[in-house]
Ligand binder design. Structure first.
Ligand SMILES: NC(=O)c1ccc[n+]([C@@H]2O[C@H](COP(=O)([O-])OP(=O)(O)OC[C@H]3O[C@@H](n4cnc5c(N)ncnc54)[C@H](OP(=O)(O)O)[C@@H]3O)[C@@H](O)[C@H]2O)c1
Length: 240
């Protein structure tokens, strides 16, 4: 069955990841221009890709236990991160990486609709902000470090029963997961647009490298398909 008919994690790799028991399976998803940009320098990102790609993205959510984003994405876009009827089944948990608990309790992804809502904070998050979120039914995980790193938060999310995560950005979160070698799979939707502009964020532009081609993270690409007017590139990270 093609990746378009049943979008979701690679079954064999997911099984192996869950058997290892250390962390959830991590799928990255981004919608970018052909030059890898996910928003304008001013933060405009709606919409880079078309309705068919966005619908497939919502079905991808249904195939994961949780949807994770960084606070930069929440502050810029206020996304709902819900299925919105695109697929049957329970809403996946919604998780925000937010070191200082800057998220507003009224953020759309924290709406109390029955889905589990989790904020992953850092050591310096103000106790009153944490208490306010908890009073609204949000689970707050507080790391010992200023910024929660994957080695800290991924095992804890697995401990909460989340065996698979769809990471929807932004670029800093994607870059961090790739750098830490804990990204398993990628769904990259590419629109027929070219943004240019060094100031515009890329889907993993903050990933720093050694400057040697031999050292760059690699994926085994296994599909490229039209989704409406956009192209979906799919592959699995070799280091995941
Ligand atoms: N086209 C697309 O597919 C798409 C998808 C999503 C977002 N976007 C766009 O991307 C932009 C936002 O991306 P962004 O890169 O600025 O923000 P981001 O990746 O959404 O969030 C980054 C922030 O998350 C927090 N964070 C906490 N722990 C982290 C960790 N371990 N690794 C990385 N970040 C961590 C940090 O802030 P604190 O330390 O303060 O907590 C960091 O500044 C927006 O313009 C949005 O529209 C586009």
């Amino acid at each position: 069955m093609s990746i378009l008919e049943r979008p979701g994690p690679d079954a064999g790799r997911l099984r192996a990841r869950l058997a290892a028991g250390q962390r959830p399976y991590v799928t990255l998803k981004a919608a970018a221009t052909l030059d890898g940009k996910i928003a304008t320098r001013g933060g405009e990102s709606r919409w880079i890709t078309g309705e068919a790609a966005r619908d497939l993205g919502r079905r991808l959510r249904a195939a994961h236990d949780g949807v994770l984003v960084g606070i930069g994405t929440v502050l810029a876009d206020d996304p709902q991160l819900t299925l919105r009827g695109a697929a049957a089944g329970p809403e996946p948990a919604r998780i925000v990486l937010d070191s200082r608990c800057r998220i507003a309790p009224g953020a759309r992804c924290l709406a109390p609709d029955g889905a589990r809502r989790i904020v992953v904070a850092g050591a310096q998050a103000a106790p009153e902000r944490i208490a306010r979120l908890e009073a609204a039914g949000v689970t707050v995980l507080r790391a010992e470090s200023a910024r929660p790193e994957p080695a800290w938060y991924l095992p804890r999310l697995l401990g909460l029963g989340l065996g698979s995560l769809l990471v929807e950005g932004g670029g800093q979160v994607h870059a961090n997961l790739i750098a830490q070698q804990v990204a398993d799979e990628l769904f990259l939707f590419l629109a027929g647009k070219v943004m240019g502009d060094a100031e515009a964020p890329g889907w993993c532009a903050t990933l720093s490298g050694s400057g040697r081609l031999a050292d760059v993270p690699r994926l085994r690409l296994d599909a490229a398909a039209m989704v409406g007017a956009d192209v979906l590139v799919h592959g699995c990270f070799e280091t995941g």
